[in-house]
Design a protein around this ligand. Structure first.
Ligand code: NAD
Length: 458
């Protein structure tokens, strides 16, 4: 599970060799530690003529303690470049992107951040505006591949609809409350392994936490598959952020599960999600102990790899049942019994295999693409109830699962992304954490890849 090559590259001898032979050069990524400033370095904020978000963004940055650079000052190095492109209504105006980014292309600090804000093309007034807004994706994905040294780049499409504040007046004139959690997440070390993503924000209710270092204070969160790997990291991160964690796994993983739950002051539930009575037993447990569950994280998953011609029906059935059908049954039961309140969150773990497909994984890729379908279909249906539904799609994450892959294939998987390294379970956990925050109510219907901008399925 350790990336020896990445450690070697950080040494003096390693650096010399990498330079001489032109080998992949995985940078050390900036990751989140509570109390850290949001950004290392100042931020440069620009806007296309007629844009609508520069003011709320400036306000978010100032509130978050990020220093804004003076564009007229002598050239300097930036922790982040943000550009509000919502004013661009025609392809001829895309030149404003070049004018902003070209002079700064070499001025971004290591683990820097690039964020472009746009209007969802389907909300644009004219085909020309929609075309220009869609074009933003190409710029952002290319910057993610070009800037290097751990810099990530994202496009955030912000709905014109505005967002209501769950705990305050309607803010439909602006989108400030709904956008803040996403801007904070993307600037911070929490999003270390997220790059080249298009995130849609808008429409839901969001509230501002009393303490941004504990954005999940008091929230009851269920994490399935919590005994090890990504699930164990998730339980830890969500508890660190203030959540009461209900950690669930199969009875055979009972000891490891108890260790995770004890470590974070959470509770453990031993349950096989595929058992016929699992939804009822889980609903009864949550109802009697907590009276509700604010966040459901469907993380449990299995692989049973074989090429389709060699795959027995059991392998197919087990994977579809654990990775997809059990999620549907549990969602149905928790929603039917109204155990997920308004402001609730459903977050599923998909995979880039569900986007790109993978040899030997027809069952797994089918289940993980199904998870994306679940998000697409459930998110609009649950919007009225104030419940958001999102998925994360991890790429190559350093876990027991990926440690078992043969060396050459493993090395290829690790390096074939813009950050030239595998992600850590904590990177997936931090991304799920952001989607779980009460402050992220305006983020729904998204599938966010945590893959370092993998070339697979790109
Ligand atoms: P893992 O095998 O280490 O952990 C999965 C956990 O789920 C285990 O503790 C297991 O006991 C539990 N589980 C399995 N079946 C269950 C059932 N029927 N009921 C209850 N619990 C059950 O896997 P991981 O690498 O931590 O992966 C977590 C999730 O992330 C999975 O959904 C996986 O498909 C997805 N994912 C992982 C990677 C990666 O690189 N590791 C990449 C993409 C997606």
């Amino acid at each position: 599970m350790t990336d020896r090559y990445a450690s070697f590259v950080q040494s003096a001898a390693g650096r010399a060799l990498v330079k001489r032979l032109g080998l992949p050069d995985p940078p050390r990524l900036r990751r989140h530690h509570p109390g850290d400033p949001l950004l290392a370095g100042v931020a440069l904020l620009g806007a296309a003529t007629g844009s609508r978000l520069a003011e709320p963004i400036a306000e978010i940055l100032t509130t978050a303690g990020v220093e804004l650079a003076d564009p007229a000052a002598t050239p300097q190095r930036y922790g982040a470049l943000l550009f509000d492109a919502t004013g661009i209504t025609d392809s001829t105006e895309l030149r404003q992107l070049y004018d902003f980014f070209h002079p700064q292309a070499r001025a971004v600090l290591p683990s820097g951040r690039v964020i472009v804000l746009g209007t969802p093309p389907q909300e644009c007034a004219t085909p020309r505006e929609a075309t220009a807004q869609r074009a933003l994706e190409g710029l952002v994905r290319s910057i993610g591949k070009e800037f290097g040294r751990g810099t990530t780049a994202q496009l955030v499409y912000v709905s014109r609809a505005g967002n209501a504040a769950a705990d305050g007046p309607d803010l439909s004139a602006g989108t400030h409350t709904g956008l803040e959690s996403t801007i904070r997440f993307l600037l911070s070390g929490r999003s270390a392994y997220v790059s080249g993503q298009v995130i849609r924000v808008g429409g839901g209710a969001a509230s501002t936490p009393a303490d941004w270092d504990r954005p999940l204070d008091g929230q009851v969160v269920l994490v399935t598959g919590a005994a090890r790997g990504i699930g164990a990291a998730l339980a830890k991160v969500l508890a660190r952020d203030g959540a009461k964690v209900v950690a669930l796994d199969i009875p055979a993983a009972g000891d490891a599960l108890a260790a995770v739950a004890n470590d974070i002051g959470g509770t453990a539930v031993q349950l096989d999600l595929t058992a016929p009575d699992a939804p009822t037993r889980l609903a009864e447990h949550l109802a009697s102990r907590h009276g509700r569950v604010d966040v459901v994280v469907h993380n449990a998953g299995i692989t049973r790899d074989k090429t389709l011609g060699r795959m027995d029906a059991d392998r197919w059935d087990q994977v579809i049942d654990v990775n997809l059908s059990s999620q549907e049954r549990i969602n149905d039961m928790l929603l039917e019994r109204e155990l997920i309140p308004a402001g609730g969150r459903i977050i599923s773990v998909s995979s880039i295999a569900g986007i790109a497909g993978n040899r030997g994984q027809t069952n797994y890729a089918t289940s993980k693409a199904g998870v994306i379908g679940l998000v697409d279909s459930l998110a609009p249906a649950l919007r009225e109830r104030g419940i958001s539904v999102n998925a994360v799609a991890p790429g190559f994450i350093e876990t027991r699962l990926t440690a078992r892959i043969p060396l050459v294939v493993r090395e290829a998987g690790r390096r074939m992304n813009s950050l030239a390294q595998g992600g850590l379970p904590v990177d997936v956990a931090e991304t799920i954490g952001w989607l779980a925050w009460p402050a992220s109510g305006a983020v729904s219907g998204n599938v966010v890849r945590v893959c370092g901008q993998s070339l697979l399925g790109a």
